[in-house]
Design a protein around this ligand. Structure first.
Ligand code: DGT
Ligand code: CA
Ligand code: CA
Ligand code: ZN
Length: 592
């Protein structure tokens, strides 16, 4: 077990002991132990354990030293397992609700008999929690919000984490000799920003070894279903993965069905019915006559009824009079109508991207220098790299003041002049929008820059009206080129600040301000659901990785996925324009 995992176990023991009402000294001993482990070097810790000298470390007593040694050598801890088993599961689950710690849980249990999330919810609904000493109306509100939040998010995962888990599984399946074809489906294939579970489809005539491999692969924490043509596992990350085995001749239908979305499927099925056909995961068959869709599909396979061979999704859509619909668009939001009219957009692709704006360096809160970022951008084949470090009000991010940004602009000009990199660097800023909508830099400073991204990083709690007015005021500024992360949301972590998105989009169009699609996997902000209509009305998009290190530059690919979900073509995206056009576009914007 690694040092950090052991620290995690100690911290959890502290929480569980507190939940049990143990003496505070004992609780604190574990909390301290966890902190000590976090601070110590891994190699040093291993040496101390081997030498039996752990007790010599300040903050680790005899009992703790024994437990750490047990964890390190066996990967388990009997004390921890017994403790965990002794506390009702419902109580432990209450810890997942933000704003509810061990102390509050104890009070809720003692005074209201609350020992599960359901009971806590009920107690909030009757107002009993608000009436409790030490709680009140406000803290009850917070708990209700916390419960809602958990329901919404606890079971979902970021797309890029789901993809990282899925890629090796897909490769593993494709490597099996029995596998004719393996594909991923579901929200992962549709590139939803978050994913509930992974869906894999395999076509094979020999299912058993494939299922056996799937449930036995590394990274599986629990097998939740293990059948002849279907299996489900929970991975160590908590992510659930489903595998379905499909006969070759039904594969396309199953792939389309399990790609979804549900809304898309329902509309497709209705369209099929309108043509006297029944579409299902098993096939496309005449709707009339005896038997279920499945039975008919089986018969068709045996050649007992006539049917056209459908061997690809393109042919499946064509059989219903439709052009191929890219998976990203299959949300039941008008894609079938567009496919019928031949009006589907030619979606932007990764290869269309020519450059990126909004990236950070060590000058503010980035981890790589200007030159390192330029080298990485060149290695990715980008024609231009925009640097936009934080401005002075973002103190926690070491925002640049006037003198430091002047020096950075000079350094960027020198780098370009040196010809060291083929990638051109544009000098910009991610300028804070102050709470009243003014900008963090004076006009003279902004005028020296190639472009200006403006973002909200403070006073998140403003009213919807105030926040909307604040952002619009900032965009009205003649030097502003781009609005950063529209809502400031962090997926699965934090809701965005309240805004009137339509109003802001209208203002951006009117003032020819570009809105970014921040491609950081936690953000993907502005949301794909808003892009289609906004782009139709004339809004330009910049797909910006908001990179804080060289590796982060590749996040623009996630932005392309979100842009595709938003029906964007390369014409809508300024970062798909060649460098030669960019300066003109930026200058046009400045003269406005
Ligand atoms: P997720 O896993 O919550 O991120 O979202 P999906 O879309 O991957 O949903 P999932 O895994 O429950 O099912 C995969 C696909 O299977 C789904 O997108 C559409 C199809 N599907 C599942 N259940 C139904 C259903 O009851 N009706 C229809 N029409 N399609 C369904
Ligand atoms: Ca799924
Ligand atoms: Ca599923
Ligand atoms: Zn920012």
């Amino acid at each position: 077990m690694t040092k950090n995992e052991m620290a995690g176990v100690l911290a959890e023991i502290g929480v569980l002991l507190e939940l049990n009402g143990e003496n505070p000294f004992k609780v604190r001993a574990y909390q301290t132990g966890a902190r000590v482990l976090e601070a110590i070097e891994e190699a040093e810790l291993v040496r101390l354990i081997a030498a039996g000298e752990l007790e010599s470390v300040k903050g680790i007593g005899e009992a703790l030293a024994k437990k750490i040694t047990e964890l390190h050598t066996t990967g388990r801890l009997g004390f921890y397992e017994k403790l965990k088993a002794s506390i009702p599961h419902g109580l432990v689950e209450l810890l997942q609700i933000s704003g509810v710690g061990p102390k509050k849980i104890r009070a809720l249990q003692a005074k209201l008999g609350v020992d599960s999330i359901a009971k806590l919810q009920a107690a909030c609904e009757t107002g009993a929690v608000a009436a409790l000493e030490g709680f009140g109306e406000k803290s009850q509100e917070k708990i209700i919000e916390g419960i809602r939040h958990r329901e919404k998010y606890a079971r979902r995962h970021l797309w890029f984490e789901a993809w990282a888990a899925a890629e090796p599984i897909l490769a593993g399946l494709r490597g099996l000799t029995q596998v004719l074809r393996a594909e991923h489906a579901g929200s992962l294939r549709r590139r939803m920003e978050t994913v509930g579970d992974l869906d894999f489809l395999v076509s094979t005539s020999d299912p058993k070894p494939v299922v056996d491999w799937f449930v036995a692969q590394g990274g599986v924490a629990e097998v939740t279903a293990h059948g002849e043509t279907k299996a489900s596992v929970r991975l160590q990350s908590g992510l659930q993965a489903d595998l379905r085995l499909i006969p070759q001749e039904q594969f396309v239908f199953a792939w389309h069905h399990f790609t979804g979305s549900k809304d898309h499927n329902i509309q497709m099925r209705q369209r099929a019915l309108g043509r006297g056909l029944s579409l299902s995961e098993w096939g496309l068959v005449p709707a009339a006559g005896e038997g279920t869709a499945k039975e008919k599909a089986e018969k068709q396979k045996d050649g007992k009824t006539e049917g056209k061979e459908i061997a690809s999704e393109t042919e499946l859509f064509a059989a219903l009079g439709l052009k191929f619909i890219p998976p990203e668009l299959r949300e039941g939001l008008g894609e079938i109508e567009a496919a019928e009219q031949g009006a589907l957009p030619v979606l932007i692709e990764e290869a269309d991207i020519r450059g990126v704006f909004h990236n950070h360096t060590t000058a503010s809160d980035g981890h790589n220098t200007l030159e390192e970022m330029a080298a990485a951008a060149q290695a990715l084949g980008l024609e231009y790299l925009g640097i936009a470090d934080h401005s002075k009000s973002s103190v926690q991010a070491r925002g640049l003041d006037e003198a430091r940004i002047a020096a950075q602009i000079a350094a960027i000009r020198r780098l370009n002049a040196s010809g060291k990199f083929r990638t051109h660097v544009f000098a910009g800023t991610e300028c804070d929008i102050l709470p009243d909508g003014r900008l963090d830099f004076a006009d003279e400073v902004l005028a020296e820059l190639d472009y200006v991204v403006v973002s909200v990083h403070s006073a998140f709690k403003q009213s919807r009206e105030a926040m909307t007015a604040r952002i619009i005021r900032a965009m009205e500024h003649p030097h502003v080129t781009m609005l950063g992360h529209l809502t400031g949301r962090l997926l699965l972590q934090r809701e965005g600040y309240e805004i009137d998105a339509d109003k802001i989009i209208d203002a951006a169009i009117a003032h020819r301000v570009v809105i970014e699609l921040n491609a950081n996997p936690w953000r993907l902000d502005m949301d794909w659901r808003l892009w289609r209509r906004a782009a139709e009305r004339g809004l330009m998009c910049a797909i910006n990785p908001d990179a804080h290190d060289t590796a982060g530059l590749t996040d623009f690919r996630l932005g392309v996925g979100a842009a595709r979900k938003g029906w964007l073509t390369k014409e809508h995206v300024i970062t798909a324009r060649p460098r030669a056009d960019i300066r003109r576009l930026l200058v046009e914007r400045k003269i406005g």
